[in-house]
Design a protein around this ligand. Structure first.
Ligand code: NAP
Ligand code: ZN
Ligand code: ZN
Length: 351
């Protein structure tokens, strides 16, 4: 089936309307009419080939929510009309140790929702800036939030799970002091989730304008990171720091805020390396530096249900598909509170 989408034909081209095809649902497939798709900073890195290896045409989008319109003959868990989501993963090998553990995000053959290998035309996956998507039921998530919140649920499918998974793995909870660095799409979800888990949350931002806003998200304290006195007051106090910044920066400025045995996890994925942290800052307090990528399918469902039970959604600014290029420029300036979400109906509705 041919459908409308928004994507780029080359790394130096803006996104434009295009037509793409979707396969007819196979026995285990679910076809979803996409209602909304969140705009992740990874979309921007990928569509501009900042990580290299982007295949064109590139249709980004991996924060997908919508309604099931058809299911294959063998699909048992979903039916037409269900509210569902698709995140960053649409396939994996299904038999390795990681897939067996429900950690498809660490499978060597994980297929991303866009730019991943597929037998479908054009030979790589195309994402959620489009009217529809067809996905194997194993990678489809159930949404239990009220439909009225659907647009604000979309960012949970990447920003939500990418912050939830490391917070859970490193056991954020009561008595823990958690820092969140960079208050963008990921960071604002990190604050909400760490707060909901019962941790004491300190937000680190480069933007003075987010000082009060970050408190409203659930931060107990907010530090503007270029104020040396505010940074000094946080020295050696953290169990855990979640670093979401999308550009290379001096990690030591935050690393030294960890207390003994503390861990800083990098989830931000800048295209060029950070300067290496000073070895003595690792040695002196037995500190750890770690990374984490999205989360597996079972944990993504757990996160969605955790958020539905507590009424947690993203803070969003709804845009039309034809506003995406402007939205990318604003995202680069940190000028969004805190996630753009495309209303996919705008793909077919004239202004
Ligand atoms: P975003 O909305 O653009 O947020 C990034 C935030 O970083 C900005 O809002 C800003 O917050 C801060 N920042 C920007 N420039 C900075 C600078 N020069 N110095 C210090 N801080 C700066 O991006 P996002 O969607 O949250 O994604 C963040 C990164 O995570 C991207 O690299 C993305 O590709 C990556 N990512 C990784 C995963 C994963 O699985 N590991 C998943 C999704 C995304 P303040 O204004 O508060 O300083
Ligand atoms: Zn993402
Ligand atoms: Zn696997």
């Amino acid at each position: 089936m041919t459908i409308k989408a928004y994507g780029a034909q080359a790394s130096d081209q803006p996104l434009k309307p295009m037509r793409i095809t979707r396969r007819a649902p196979g026995a285990h497939d679910v076809r979803i009419e996409i209602a909304y798709c969140g705009v992740c900073h990874s979309d921007l890195h990928q569509v501009r080939s900042e990580w290299e290896g982007t295949l064109y045409p590139c249709v980004p989008g991996h924060e997908i929510v919508g309604r099931v319109s058809a299911v294959g003959a063998q699909v048992s868990r979903f039916a037409a009309g269900d509210l569902v989501g698709v995140g960053c993963i649409v396939d994996s090998c299904r038999h390795c140790e990681d897939c067996g553990a429900g950690l498809e995000n660490y499978c060597d053959h994980m297929v991303g929702t866009y730019n991943g290998p597929t037998p479908d035309a054009p030979g790589h996956t195309l994402g959620g800036y489009s009217q529809q998507i067809v996905v194997h039921e194993r990678y489809v998530l159930r949404i239990r939030h009220p439909e009225a919140q659907l647009a604000a649920v979309a960012p949970l499918l990447c920003a939500g799970i990418t912050t939830y998974s490391p917070l859970r793995h490193w056991k954020a909870g009561p008595g823990h002091r958690v820092g969140v660095v960079g208050i963008g799409g990921l960071g604002h979800m990190g604050i909400k989730l760490a707060h909901a888990m019962g941790a004491h949350v300190v937000a680190f931002t480069t933007s003075e304008s987010k000082r009060e806003a970050a408190k409203a998200l659930g931060a107990n304290e907010v530090v503007v990171s270029h104020h040396a006195d505010e940074m000094a007051a946080q020295d050696k106090r953290f169990d855990f720091i979640l670093n979401t910044v999308a550009v290379p920066h001096n990690l030591d400025a935050f690393f030294t805020l960890l207390k003994r045995d503390g861990t800083m996890v990098l989830v931000g994925a800048p295209p060029t390396p950070h300067p290496s942290p000073q070895v003595f800052n690792l040695l002196m307090k037995r500190r750890s530096l770690a990374g984490s990528i999205i989360g597996g399918i079972p944990e993504t469902q757990e996160m969605l249900d955790f958020c539905a039970a507590r009424g947690i959604v993203a803070d969003i600014e709804l845009i039309r598909a034809d506003e995406i290029n402007e939205a990318y420029e604003r995202m680069l300036k940190g000028d969004v509170k805190y996630r753009f979400v495309i209303e996919n109906a705008s793909l077919t509705q004239p202004k």
